[in-house]
Design a protein around this ligand. Sequence first.
Ligand SMILES: *Cc1c(COP(=O)(O)O)cnc(C)c1O
Length: 423
Amino acid sequence: MKNETKCLHSGYSPKNGEPRQLPIYQSTTWKYATSDEMGKLFDLEASGYFYTRLQNPTNDCVAAKIAELEGGVAGMLTSSGQAANFFALFNICETGSHIIASSAIYGGTYNLLGTTMKKMGIDCTFVDQDLPEEELAKFFKPNTRAVFGETITNPTVSVLDIEKFARLAHSHGVPLIVDNTFATPINCQPIKWGADIVTHSTTKYMDGHATGVGGAIIDSGNFDWMANADKYPGLTTPDESYHGIVYAEKFGKLGYITKATSQLMRDLGSIQSPQNAFYLSNGLESLHIRMERHCFNALTIAKFLSENEKVAWVDYPDLEDNKYNALAKKYLPNGSCGVLAFGIKGGRDKSIEFMDSLKLCIIATHVADAKTCLLHPASHTHRQMTEEQLIEAGVAPDLIRLSVGLENVDDLIDDLKQAFEKI
Ligand SMILES: *Cc1c(COP(=O)(O)O)cnc(C)c1O
């Protein structure tokens, strides 16, 4: 099946007389006839459901659909994109580990890696993702355990050279984790380019309607944990909390997701609610159609802004003169996403004045959903960052992040025009 068809049919195929639409298993627990049957589940000797903190059938169907869309072998849903990125990394890192991450990643992930995980003794070096391979190689240390980046960064819409990062990670015996939230598997499948693990904030385009916060982790099954056993004791040595199971041995290509589910979910919670997984499932059914329109509208607006004399600059990878256009053509040939960044002449104050003059485009701490919205990262999502960190992350003080929705693009342009007239 092509991805368009997978959006509709993967993950759940009802048998004769079963519901056409994915049921919401709104149940915390499952019933078993004998104590022994349930005991086997706790020992990971049999697979099955027993408690929704670890696994739920609604979630698993949706995770399977996303895994198929990404070309991975297994997937899981989390309560948020933040939880997805934390679990994806914490599954293979521990106190004393080191991560290399692009400095242009989403502000929330930047805080997670730079502040919260640091308190757990996991260090992160933030790097300029555009540096040449030889320069980036210098940041690896003996305790480096993962490399992390975003296909298209939020909010600077920089495109990651996935092949370059995969080569670097693999030549140092560590996996590449790519947050594919903005591109979605419709526009890019990082696994095809060498990424080992893909994460998502499903809150964005996948849900698509701003209804439910959620995340997903997909494993390609390609990284050989046993070949790098000394680096990943969590996967390659016995887990005493499961009677000595060695995940990478017992579950092979499914070891990484099995560990994240049966150990991290068990201990830390953070599963997506089945109700939200259902909304997500509905969103996924039209993802391919929506992405096409998001990209068309965003490119039309990017061109309109580029020609406006009150606009200082526009960043959108699909514009021919954009710094990332060559990478976008390679990794995102069908379009990048509906998000673009731009600044207004006159700097920060004028940008805010402009935003406050819009009527149809609303100010919202959201991105990548059906309705056009915008935000000023320096005053909102990246508010905690110092000027220096803002510059390092490439977030100009006048940067406006515009998330272009599915409206008729002429109506959006009319709204932008009337706001330009007011400043
Ligand atoms: C929003 C976002 C996240 C965090 O996801 P939540 O669902 O808000 O927790 C992570 N990565 C990227 C690229 C995002 O845009």
